[in-house]
Design a protein around this ligand. Structure first.
Ligand SMILES: Cc1cc2nc3c(=O)[nH]c(=O)nc-3n(C[C@H](O)[C@H](O)[C@H](O)COP(=O)(O)O)c2cc1C
Length: 169
């Protein structure tokens, strides 16, 4: 069974997590950014593990384009989805998980898991910094500066994802 981890990442966290997953898999797997793989190459895999971050409640445009261009192939394969984000309210997390990926993909996927996220303020523009400061302060996280880095990764969910991947046969 040929496996590949595909990721989209604006600021590097999803990429970092994708590499962690691949390093903990018990059989060799390929890894690629979604913009580095052709539809023909994608079709050569049996199992696809695909991860992307949420921005303003949505997938990024390139992720959406990739998914719509390859929906037929993706729904023919064994598929596991993961998303990254900084949501705190359990109801909001559930809502986001249920709305982020296209319905057709979610109905087909064996797993759809939220892994939390990370933000490095030094990489954000002024506008993004304001949004993140507001979101974090609404959740009791204050005293953030231009160089703060905030992380809320869900390592238990990550382990469950890796465990599921390692038990696929
Ligand atoms: C401007 C901005 C908007 C964001 N919007 C959301 C959001 O709607 N939902 C969410 O869960 N996380 C949101 N996040 C958090 C990111 O998804 C999180 O930082 C993630 O780890 C980024 O992954 P990346 O480094 O791979 O791009 C937002 C972050 C920024 C900077």
């Amino acid at each position: 069974m040929k496996k590949i981890i595909l990721f989209d990442s604006k600021r590097g966290t999803t990429k970092e997590i994708a590499y962690q997953i691949v390093s903990k898999m018990n059989t060799p797997s390929d890894i690629s950014a979604i913009d580095r793989i052709s539809s023909k190459e994608l079709d050569s895999y049996d199992i696809i593990i695909l991860g992307a971050p949420a921005y303003a409640g949505n997938l990024r445009k390139q992720t959406k384009n990739f998914l719509s261009e390859n929906i037929a192939t993706l729904t023919e394969k064994r598929l596991l989805l993961f998303s990254l984000g900084l949501q705190f309210n359990p109801d909001e997390i559930t809502k986001q998980i249920n709305e982020l990926f296209p319905k057709e993909l979610m109905n087909h996927a064996e797993m759809n898991v939220f892994l939390g996220g990370k933000v490095d303020f030094s990489k954000l523009n002024v506008f993004e910094r304001l949004i993140m400061k507001k979101i974090l302060s609404n959740n009791g996280i204050n005293n953030l500066t231009k160089t703060s880095c905030y992380e809320n990764l869900k390592f238990q969910a990550l382990d469950e994802l890796i465990n599921t991947i390692n038990h696929i046969s």
